[in-house]
Design a protein around this ligand. Structure first.
Ligand code: TYM
Length: 333
């Protein structure tokens, strides 16, 4: 039987190689497997948990959509839309917020990281963000959710909320507990400058990440400057975890060339970093440059992007609003 897939990406600018390898690349693979039904969402309601400039946000929603399309997500096969078009996400989120417990949300590490030291100044939205994410997933009866490692805890929460709702309203299996789909080895792409930090949109150094909008020269330059160490490339993966930068670059190479980490280690054992970086640059340019060119092309046709979102929004709304209606009946509304 096919899988029901849901996943989302925030339109906060600077989509990077981590988003691509950890998430978007898998969105495309899952879309192209027979029998799967996929819903891919530009989660603009999540974006406003931190302050956004309206003009930039609008632009980022289109750019993220363009990145989906340019990477190979096909609006004929998958539903592509932005979250704020479908009111059921907000409504479902309120209902599920009354199911989730404070204690569960207090454990969310991403809130702690994002709120930083001054929690009192973080928005309430940032705190309840994992509940909105739960609504996103549960409203589509999703069976599988492709994400990077950093979203794993939010998915465990989604499972807990689904189970508690079913229990509270004596409706076994009504909300489906989703399974995370996390790529082994490649679920946490690290900064090119520091292998102990995640590659991130918010890193002040642009050299830390490869953006999906980078051109060939930028990619070449960033890989050239990427941190390595003084030892030769490894023969096996025994001590790799002590060499985070090398592990990360080998992971990027493996993922983009669709081979196992072990194969890449064998391919480069005994070679020097300049030989490896040359091959790595080749594969990153081969995979990312066409996406970057296509994003820029698509952004010249805003009407097309807006039409894709609007049509996707209509299809999403049919599914999500029906589920919310069923939830309301169970609750007694
Ligand atoms: P976001 O927008 O931060 O990231 C989008 C996706 O990219 C993955 N990712 C990474 N994977 C590997 N290495 C990295 N360095 C890296 N950085 C980001 C993320 O894990 C994610 O899969 N809360 C989500 C968006 C969301 C969502 C959902 C996801 C909202 N509703 C429902 C799944 C289902 C987020 O902020 O992702």
């Amino acid at each position: 039987m096919g899988k029901k897939i849901f996943s989302g990406v925030q339109p906060t600018g600077n989509l990077h190689l981590g988003n691509y390898i950890g998430a978007i690349k898998n969105f495309v693979d899952l879309q192209n497997q027979k029998g799967n039904e996929c819903v891919y969402c530009v989660v603009d309601l999540h974006a406003i948990t931190t302050k956004q400039d309206p003009k930039i946000l609008k632009n980022n929603i289109r750019e993220t959509t363009a990145a989906f399309l340019a990477s190979g997500i096909d609006p004929k096969k998958s539903i592509i839309f932005n979250q704020s078009l479908v009111a059921a996400h907000s409504e479902g989120s309120w209902i599920l917020g009354c199911i989730a417990r404070m204690g569960w949300l207090n454990r969310m590490t991403q809130f702690k990281e994002k709120a930083g030291k001054d929690k009192e100044k973080a928005s309430v939205g940032l705190y309840i963000y994992p509940v909105l994410m739960t609504a996103d997933i549960l409203l589509y009866d999703s069976t599988h959710v492709p994400v990077g490692e950093d979203q794993k805890q939010h998915l465990e929460l989604a499972r807990d909320i689904a189970q508690k709702f079913n229990l509270d309203f004596d409706s076994p299996d009504f909300l489906r507990a989703p399974e995370p789909l996390i790529q082994k080895n490649f679920s946490r792409i690290m900064s090119l400058k520091d292998g102990t930090n995640k590659m991130s949109k918010s890193d002040p150094s642009d050299l830390s990440r490869i953006n999906l909008t980078d051109n060939k020269d930028q990619i070449v330059n960033k890989i050239k400057k990427a941190k390595t160490d003084n030892d030769p490339l490894p023969d096996d993966n025994k001590n790799l975890s002590k060499r985070p930068e090398v592990e990360n670059l080998l992971g990027i190479y493996s993922s983009l060339s669709d081979q196992s980490l072990k194969n890449s280690i064998n391919e480069f054992s005994g070679k020097n970093f300049s030989q490896f970086k040359e091959k790595l640059t080749e594969i990153v340019v081969e995979k990312i440059s066409p996406i970057s060119i296509e994003i820029n092309k698509l952004l010249k046709d805003i009407d097309y992007i807006d039409t894709v979102l609007k049509e996707g929004g209509k299809r999403a709304d049919l599914i999500a609003s029906k589920k919310v209606l069923e939830m309301k009946k169970l609750i007694g509304f």
